[in-house]
Design a protein around this ligand. Structure first.
Ligand SMILES: *[C@@H]1O[C@H](CO)[C@@H](O)[C@H](O)[C@H]1NC(C)=O
Ligand SMILES: *[C@@H]1O[C@H](CO)[C@@H](O)[C@H](O)[C@H]1NC(C)=O
Ligand SMILES: *[C@@H]1O[C@H](CO)[C@@H](O)[C@H](O)[C@H]1NC(C)=O
Ligand SMILES: *[C@@H]1O[C@H](CO)[C@@H](O)[C@H](O)[C@H]1NC(C)=O
Length: 415
């Protein structure tokens, strides 16, 4: 009780002082409290001893207008907490503006957070983040089928993630894009545990959620967990933001890994991604030739949407299913049994040329298929080359199914 009375006394004396100071002085004073750096000794001695008229005069006479609000110390918090009424008379607009710049949160939210926290910008920022959790959980039932793929590579592997949002507008947001790239880089930084063979590892969001991530973006808080970074961005952009899936694509020691992104807002981001790993049987010095064909094939994968790597990797159920469909189509023509069988086989061949990577016409030169392109490449590098894996991803593909089954989509992989 006594402490409170003392605080109130102190509050009223400073209130009087503030009323007495000119408006310009008031801003200078507020600015001063937002630094707490240059004049630390003055500052703390004042804070511990209580307000002293002369020292405050001294402070206001200093030009502190160039300081932002980014170095606010706990002492200023004491000051602001005790004198809410006074602060509301000061330059609120600039505090609001500053917090908005920091967080990108809607102005209404920023204002109410500041009011809740007695205009303490640090506390208000925390408050916004907490509310972000509330907003994000309310939003999380809305379908997020837009977004971006982020793809990064090193000399051993590629990492690609899909980060979803609700609208294309948010996918163009710079903070959203920063987060997507940061997540892909996070995956890449985890590194491989010495795998020797070319492999694709699909993973769900739970693989990353708890991991620490260090964001160096002015609007995001440095070290945090992946999950809270996502929540923070969701609050900022006002949409449901979800990390949907990711893949690590590893190459074999002699191999090359090639990728292609389509619809790129900036390097490493896109709406469609193709990844191909090529593997010569023995080490080849003609890495350039491998890489060039690899890049073309990665683009081919995006354009031609293969489902299976080779004919013998098409599951027999898929083949039978297709045969059944073609058969009933052919039978409806009323032709003879023999003619129907011929038709079915012909169409089945065509179907395989459409969905099997090695049988597809090469997008860059459709007078050859991928198989003969690879044969040609093998001759060129002097060693049999095989496509070890390919992966094609598209933002939002099959999103309903995934929501129901939680299985990663779009994985096409050789055994
Ligand atoms: C306050 O800080 C100013 C500038 O650093 C210095 O000149 C002055 O002596 C300080 N006053 C006190 C009481 O420490
Ligand atoms: C986080 O990143 C920033 C900027 O890149 C760096 O200064 C800081 O030391 C990093 N923190 C950690 C814990 O790695
Ligand atoms: C396409 O491939 C054929 C067969 O190898 C070749 O004769 C032709 O020159 C190629 N066309 C282009 C544009 O590369
Ligand atoms: C086949 O390889 C040769 C080089 O050995 C190259 O000039 C030619 O364009 C390749 N053909 C195709 C269709 O890629």
């Amino acid at each position: 009780m006594r402490v409170r009375a003392r605080r109130q006394r102190r509050a009223s004396s400073v209130l009087l002082l503030l009323l007495w100071l000119s408006r310009k002085d008031q801003s200078a004073l507020l600015n001063f409290f937002s630094t707490g750096l240059e004049f630390h000794r003055n500052y703390s001695s004042w804070a511990y001893r209580g307000p002293c008229f002369n020292e405050l005069r001294e402070i206001t006479s200093l030009d502190a207008s160039s300081y932002g609000y980014s170095h606010i110390g706990s002492l200023r918090k004491m000051f602001l907490r005790s004198f809410t009424v006074d602060v509301s008379g000061l330059d609120k607009t600039s505090i609001i503006k500053h917090l908005r710049e920091r967080t990108s949160a809607p102005i209404k939210e920023v204002k109410s957070a500041l009011v809740n926290c007695n205009w303490d910008i640090e506390a208000a920022q925390k408050d916004l983040r907490k509310r972000g959790v509330v907003l994000a959980s309310k939003k999380s039932s809305r379908t997020a089928a837009e977004g971006l793929l982020a793809l990064v590579k090193n000399d051993k592997e590629a990492a690609v993630i899909e980060l979803n949002c609700e609208t294309d507008f948010v996918a163009r947001n710079e903070v959203f894009q920063y987060l997507a790239l940061s997540l892909a880089n996070k995956v890449l930084s985890i590194g491989s545990s010495g795998e020797k063979a070319a492999t694709i590892f699909p993973f769900g969001p739970e693989y990353l959620e708890e991991l620490k991530i260090n964001l160096s973006h002015e609007k995001l808080s440095g070290e945090t967990t992946v999950q809270s970074a996502i929540t923070e961005v969701a609050a900022m952009v006002g949409e449901n933001v979800k990390l949907r899936r990711g893949f690590r694509v590893l190459k074999s020691p002699h191999g090359v890994i090639s990728s292609y992104l389509h619809s790129c807002p900036q390097p490493g981001l896109g709406r469609f991604a193709g990844i191909v790993t090529l593997e010569p049987e023995v080490h080849s010095v003609l890495v350039d030739a491998l890489q060039q064909v690899g890049s073309q094939l990665a683009m081919h994968v995006v354009a031609s949407k293969p489902l299976f790597l080779s004919k013998d990797l098409v599951p027999s159920e898929a083949l039978e299913n297709e045969r059944d469909i073609l058969k009933s189509q052919a039978e409806s023509t009323g032709k003879s049994q023999l003619a129907v069988e011929k038709m079915v086989e012909g169409r089945l061949k065509k179907y395989l040329e459409e969905v099997v990577f090695m049988e597809q016409k090469f997008i860059v030169n459709d007078s050859v298929n991928v198989k003969s392109l690879i044969d040609n490449l093998s001759r060129e590098v002097g060693s049999p080359v095989k496509v070890s894996n390919f992966l094609r991803l598209e933002v939002g593909e099959g999103i309903q199914r995934v929501e129901a089954s939680n299985a990663p989509e779009g994985l096409a992989q050789a055994a």
